[in-house]
Ligand binder design. Structure first.
Ligand SMILES: Cc1ncc(COP(=O)(O)O)c(C=O)c1O
Length: 387
């Protein structure tokens, strides 16, 4: 099939809910993807922050194929060797005291379940979230999303969602109180244009949640699974070492096989009983094989270190471009702020066959490359940006 015929067919048979690039991608390997006409593109958007170990990593492909051959699915009604292995592996890379995983199928679903855990554990209803954070499109997650017009799309919203100003430590005392069940924060606000808060801010947030008995949730759908150069933002230096009560993860967790997770502290886990949460597909064998293999690859190939190195390189490359006002973010989640708008640079890079992403801030271009992108590939990006 040609790009044209693929485009025509999608447009004929799919609801037109996405703004798309004029590309039909049919194959991928590492940070590279190929179109139907066999044109090669460098994917510094990582398949929408999903392909953390690159496209179709051979070890992940092998693990999924072998699992599919052996057993494709059985629900949580039974125990499973691969689910046991994936849960153990995921918990092993999460900071203490996060020690129990719940598996679901997407980022929004992980956040829905995290907020439910907070309400069940505290017996309260109120959820605090932050200006310009994005948490997904299902009812509770979209109600916690105070970015652009997303929240209105979910009207009538779930009640008792309160907005706090991201990064404003002084506002926390008034807004998080004894009626707050949970506080959910995207610790680096990716979609908003890679907005960051200080380590002290996270420390104060943790303190305020402890003072009020509120459950602290880090939405690490984008920042998790090694993306910022540590396994999770939780517990890292930029977080001031703060570990929340729940971390949610999705996107690169399964390298493209849909999977989400809540990783919950031991103390909080004790408040959750049989049947409080559940989903048919959560913890399915293909997803679990993908999770286990993805984490193994990050570990074996030293990709946390590589993600930190890539950040240094991108910062250095950008320092040579006078139009770049700032580079924000950590590891392989970077926002490049351009004086007077990022769109021309996004187009220029695309013309040079390099895929990047825009954000809801028109001045900020986002890079979400695979964690194993090579220095040479960042050089290509630099040449295209400067050329
Ligand atoms: C921070 C964050 N949370 C939640 C979500 C929702 O994840 P999903 O699209 O898998 O439902 C996203 C998706 O972009 C996200 O970036």
């Amino acid at each position: 099939m040609t790009t044209q015929s693929i485009t025509d067919t999608e447009q004929e048979f799919q609801l037109a809910t996405y703004s798309k690039l004029d590309l039909a991608i049919v194959r991928g390997r590492g940070p590279w993807v190929w179109t139907a006409e066999n044109e090669k593109y460098l994917d510094l958007y990582g398949g929408h922050a999903v392909c953390g170990v690159g496209h179709s990593h051979p070890d992940v492909v092998k693990a999924i194929a072998e699992q599919a051959e052996r057993l494709m699915f059985y629900s949580n009604v039974v125990y499973s060797d691969i689910r046991a292995a994936a849960a153990e592996k995921l918990v092993s890379v999460a900071p203490e005291p996060l020690e129990k995983a719940f598996f679901c199928n997407s980022g929004t679903e992980a956040n829905e379940n995290a907020m439910r855990i907070a309400r069940l554990a505290t017996g309260r209803h109120k959820i605090v979230s932050f200006s310009k954070g994005f948490h997904g499109r299902t009812a509770d997650a979209i109600s916690a999303t105070f970015l652009g017009k997303y929240r209105q799309l979910g009207e009538p919203n779930v009640p008792e969602h309160i907005e706090a100003e991201f990064g404003d430590a002084e506002a926390l005392s008034a807004i998080i109180d004894d009626e707050t069940a949970g506080v959910i924060i995207e610790p680096i606000q990716s979609m908003a244009g890679v907005r960051e808060a200080s380590p002290d801010y996270f420390t104060r947030l943790r303190e305020r949640c402890d003072e009020t008995g509120s459950v602290l949730i880090f939405d690490e759908v984008q920042t998790g699974v090694g993306r910022t150069g540590s396994w999770f933002f939780a517990g890292s230096e930029p977080a001031g070492g703060v570990v929340p009560d729940i971390v949610t993860a999705a996107k690169s967790l399964g390298s493209g096989v849909p999977v989400g997770s809540c990783i919950v502290s031991g103390g909080l886990a004790a408040a959750i009983k049989e049947n409080d949460l559940g989903t048919t597909f959560g913890g399915g064998m293909l997803a679990m094989a993908a999770v286990k293999a993805t984490i193994d690859v990050i570990e074996r190939e030293g990709l946390l270190e590589n993600a930190r190195n890539i950040e240094r390189m991108v910062r250095s490359v950008c320092s040579e471009n006078v139009a770049v006002k700032s580079v924000r973010g950590k590891g392989c989640l970077l926002g490049i702020e351009f004086e007077g708008g990022a769109r021309p640079f996004y187009r220029k890079l695309l013309d040079a066959k390099i895929i990047t992403g825009m954000s809801s801030d028109p001045n900020v271009l986002r890079l979400l490359p695979p964690l194993n992108v090579a220095e040479r590939e960042i050089e290509l990006f630099g040449e295209a940006l400067l050329g």
